[in-house]
Write a protein that binds this ligand. Structure first.
Ligand SMILES: [Ca+2]
Length: 527
């Protein structure tokens, strides 16, 4: 009996402790936010005080990436903790399979109240998805403004597409204003009701999870009028890999040279005569409303004392090229495409101001959130709890002696060719701490190897340099080992859907040549 009571007491104490200590969780996702578009990264003119505050009070993951640089596949990786070759979403048109578990489903089972507000963008749907008690979304990409007048000042006119409005728990509500602000308002309404309930009844508290998913800063970037043209007169330095001809680089793959004259290249960007300088400044201006949104959510929690028991994670769903390598947009394995901002704030567990150098990724978000909530991880997840890398006792705070968890030294990257955008081939890559090996599949072209320490802008492809032959061979071997270990030895195939953008600009650059070292006299053997 004594034993039983003691056990009962322990169980009861543990449940109370669990209820008290389980954090609330706020996950904020932006679209196409590249890693260096942050004030805290020393940006020459962009100011992001609210995101910088998260960096100062939280942890900055300095080497954060996506495992596939495309909106829907990356979102599916965030929700499932799995590589694209395992969740199967390899374009922006198909939904996630019904048999896959979204981590918020497991949070619900563990007693969390869950909410989704914003861009879902997996399949052509805005219907409430599994794992969420509260739901606010819209179809596809959404629109910055619900009307065609959007920012019709100073000749800057961007037509807005679909206007289906919001689906709020099954009820159709029209979009009235600027999308980032509308998402923020919807999120604030739900958040405030949760933190007020918690403030009034601490004992009966139910932890919550809020996923705020912005359309911003996806193309065509449109800031709210209060930020329009703010950066118009700021200096702009074009990236070195755009200003120079790709022929001046060492061993540029043909597909990269060919993509210059395509929808995703600087010569024919989005089939327009695009002024990339203006475009980039508009991108930065569009990000300002996201930063304000972060500030509002954080301040709402702070005002009611809920901030420090909340795990806040901020990340982008992929990067974005603004002329690097002659390209725009994303998909490829170059740094500007696959690298993202990743910040976490949770003062109870994480070291304030820590800068983590390990390679972390979108597939690590679900495991980290589940672990923070005290939920056992499903075996099927490919990612790991990246917050372990910044726990207080590991980074100099109080606690046991520092023992860093075993962590990956190389990150597997993949992108699967889309019929809609045939200019980028299927990519498999290993991004190591120093070297990056990129292997293309299904094209007659060069692979790539870069020494990121001596060549951070990836201009000198070492793939044909005899001094690096063994590095190439070993990384190729490890790439296939990583694929085999994660069931990745097959190319996912989805039926053709959506518009195809395979065109080239009249009078633009012609097809690219093979490098001279591809040519052999007749009668020569292969490798
Ligand atoms: Ca995206």
């Amino acid at each position: 009996m004594k034993w039983f009571l003691a056990t009962l007491f322990t169980v009861a104490t543990c449940s109370v402790l669990l209820a008290e200590t389980r954090p609330n969780i706020l996950l904020i996702l932006t679209d196409d936010h590249r890693w260096d578009a942050l004030g805290s990264k020393g940006h020459p003119f962009l100011k992001t005080p609210n995101l910088d505050r998260l960096v100062e009070e939280g942890v900055s993951f300095e080497n954060a990436f996506v495992t596939t640089s495309l909106c829907s596949p990356s979102r599916a990786s965030i929700l499932t903790g799995r590589y694209a070759h395992n969740h199967g979403v390899v374009d922006n048109y198909h939904a996630v399979r019904d048999d896959l578990v979204f981590f918020p489903q497991l949070l619900q089972k563990a007693g969390y109240e869950t909410a989704f507000v914003g861009k879902w963008h997996m399949g052509d749907t805005d219907e409430k998805q599994r794992g969420f008690d509260h739901w606010v979304s819209f179809k596809g990409q959404g629109v910055y403004w619900p009307f065609d007048e959007g920012l019709k000042v100073k000749g800057r006119y961007v037509p807005q597409a679909n206007r289906t409005g919001f689906n709020v728990n099954g009820k159709r509500i029209p979009q009235k204003g600027y999308l980032t602000d509308e998402i923020t308002n919807f999120a604030m309404r739900w958040l405030q009701s949760r933190i007020e309930a918690e403030h009034d009844d601490k004992e009966g508290r139910k932890p919550w999870f809020l996923y705020v998913s912005h359309k911003a800063v996806h193309a065509d970037f449109l800031p709210p009028n209060r930020h329009a043209f703010k950066y118009e007169n700021e200096p702009f330095t074009p990236p070195v890999t755009w200003a120079e001809k790709p022929e001046a680089f060492q061993d540029v793959p043909k597909w990269v040279m060919n993509q210059r004259n395509s929808r995703h290249g600087v010569e024919f960007a989005y089939y327009m005569d695009l002024d990339l300088e203006k475009y980039y400044k508009r991108y930065c201006e569009t990000l300002l409303a996201v930063d304000e949104s972060v500030g509002k959510l954080v301040e709402a929690m702070e005002g009611k004392g809920a901030l420090d028991n909340t795990l806040v994670i901020y990340l982008g769903d992929n990067g974005f090229l603004f002329g690097e390598h002659g390209l725009i947009d994303k998909r490829c394995a170059y740094e500007e495409s696959m690298r993202i901002p990743m910040i976490a704030r949770w003062p109870k567990r994480l070291q304030q101001g820590a800068k983590v150098k390990e390679l972390v990724a979108n597939i690590d978000v679900a495991p980290a959130i589940l672990k923070a909530a005290g939920v056992t991880l499903p075996a099927a997840m490919d990612g790991a709890d990246f917050l372990e890398l910044a726990r207080k006792e590991l980074t100099g705070g109080r606690g046991p002696a520092p023992t860093k968890p075993a962590w990956r030294k190389e990150l597997l990257y993949e992108y699967y060719w889309e019929r809609n955008y045939p200019q980028t081939p299927t990519v498999h890559a290993l991004r190591g701490e120093r070297y990056k090996y990129v292997r293309y599949h299904g094209v007659w072209d060069l692979n790539e190897l870069y020494d990121l320490e001596t060549d951070p802008t990836e201009r000198k492809n070492l793939i044909n340099d005899p001094a690096y032959a063994s590095e190439v061979e070993e990384m190729n071997k490890r790439l296939f080992e990583a694929l085999a270990a994660t069931s990745g030895m097959a190319i996912p195939l989805l039926e053709d859907r959506g518009t195809q953008f395979h065109h080239r600009k009249v009078g633009g650059t012609k097809g690219a040549p093979f490098p001279t070292w591809y040519y052999r006299p007749a009668g020569t053997d292969g490798k």
